[in-house]
Design a protein around this ligand. Structure first.
Ligand code: PLP
Length: 431
């Protein structure tokens, strides 16, 4: 799937979640319709078809322009060529990407371990800081053990590609992240089934029809990134128990955000310790650098160490990231100040936007989609906001259904009351 970012100053696109049938990716990925792509791919050399594809993207307005930021990620960022703007489009939910203790931990990691392992984990690529971050993640997630990867993308592919057997069936929510989709493609199960988004009746029917499989794997995002919607994990835990299925939750947008102590969607849904496997990223709330993890039973982690291809054949997490992410989690374990601040900021922005007459979907997450409807109007509004010093990205088809274009506001604990006043004033001006 392709996540189309139609934010100013130029149209921008990022691969993220896909809508609907997420097991159809390649065409979505570049925002082209299948027939056009098939014709292009069939008839031309690599050079010619590449130029044609790029031209098509330029013409259809789906060409990605990268915005260069000068300096650290924070509540405001210095956009090259534009200057300081309030940033409402990063996943820096707790503002830890530039937190002094997180940055100092990265420096200390660099001093102690230098740049990296120059090796994969099982040869000579495991530093003691890897054990420390993995023990910290497991404690935080409430699981026996954890294993890190260079990204959550990698973690999802490693996990699903390793654990699923040939007579197993996968059941994946229709709005799951692209890394889950690709992980499912790497696995070779008896069948991959997509259930309608959040539709437990559909999932139940599919589970019932597959009771003869060796194992049933239900996979869902904890928080869905386009809607900010939260999976009903209590219902899914119950359903998996009833149909002897295992539940995998990718909590990349939930960890650090949901739950009183920031332990994510399982804490929010009161099922901490009852989700079989959790994956997540260290590249959003937990320091914002990069890195991902799988958390689960000791047997599962042992299996991944022995068999998962990204850890057997690819370098370990850089030590700076292992150290900065560990410090980020330590900050969360110390008190709930950042989570409380984030919740207060989300409430203030959501209430303010609704008071201004915007249609905001309800959610406890830090993602506030503002429904605009018309795509051109959404783009126009994001450009106007940027001119007023507020960076919000607009999303249109095919990332969201036609006629459901939206601005996606992502809130950070680092935003001050003054920033929020400015944000609401800007939204008021463009209404
Ligand atoms: N899973 C979900 C739900 C995500 O939203 C993302 C990133 O957008 C990822 C996985 C990938 O995370 P990473 O950047 O660590 O690869």
């Amino acid at each position: 799937m392709c996540l189309k970012i139609i934010g100013a100053p130029a149209a921008l696109f990022i691969s993220l979640n896909v809508l609907g049938s997420r097991f159809v990716f390649a065409d979505d990925l570049i925002g082209l319709d299948s027939d056009i792509k098939r014709n292009l791919m069939n008839t031309t050399s690599f050079e010619a078809r590449t130029r044609a594809l790029l031209n098509e993207q330029r013409q259809s307005g789906t060409y990605k322009h990268l915005q260069y930021i000068v300096g650290p990620m924070g509540p405001t960022v210095n956009l090259e060529g534009r200057g300081d703007v309030i940033c409402l489009c990063s996943n820096n939910y707790l503002g830890l990407a530039n937190h002094p203790e997180v940055v100092a931990a990265a420096h200390a990691g660099l001093d102690q371990y230098a740049a990296g392992t120059a090796s994969v984990r099982f040869i000579c690529g495991t530093f003691t800081c890897h054990r420390e971050i993995e023990e910290t993640i497991a404690t935080f997630a409430g699981t026996e053990a954890a294993l890190t990867y260079v990204s959550c993308w990698c973690a999802n592919e490693a996990l699903i590609g390793t654990i699923v057997g040939p007579n197993d069936v996968i059941f994946s929510d229709a709005l799951n992240h692209a890394s889950i989709i690709d992980g499912c493609r790497l696995a070779r199960p008896r069948e991959r089934m997509v259930y309608a988004h959040g539709d437990h009746a559909d999932l139940e029917a599919k589970l019932k029809a597959n009771m003869d499989a060796d194992a049933r794997w239900v996979i869902t995002d904890g928080v869905f990134s386009m809607e900010g919607a939260v999976a009903d994990l209590a219902g899914l835990v119950e359903m998996c128990k009833r149909y002897d299925a295992r539940l995998i939750v990718d909590d990349s947008h939930g960890v650090g955000v949901l739950g009183r102590t920031g332990r994510g969607t399982p804490e929010h849904c009161d099922v901490l310790g009852r989700v079989d496997i959790i994956t997540g990223t260290l590249g959003k709330a937990l320091g914002g650098a990069a890195g991902g993890y799988v958390a689960g039973s000791q047997d599962l982690i042992d299996l991944l160490v022995q068999r998962s291809r990204p850890s057997l054949f690819s370098n370990a997490l850089p030590p700076t990231v292992a150290c900065s992410a560990k410090q980020a989690i330590t900050l969360l374990q110390r008190d709930t100040v950042l989570m409380d601040r984030l919740r207060a900021n989300v409430a203030r922005i959501r209430t303010g936007l609704i008071a201004l007459g915007y249609e905001c979907q309800d959610s406890p997450s830090a993602i506030i989609p503002i429904m605009i409807g018309d795509e051109a109007e959404a783009i126009r509004k994001s450009e106007q906001l940027l001119d007023l010093g507020v960076w919000v990205v607009a999303f249109g088809y095919p990332v969201v259904p036609k006629g459901k274009a939206r601005l996606r506001v992502q809130v950070s604990a680092a935003l001050t009351d003054k920033h929020i006043d400015q944000v609401l004033t800007a939204f008021g001006e463009i209404k």
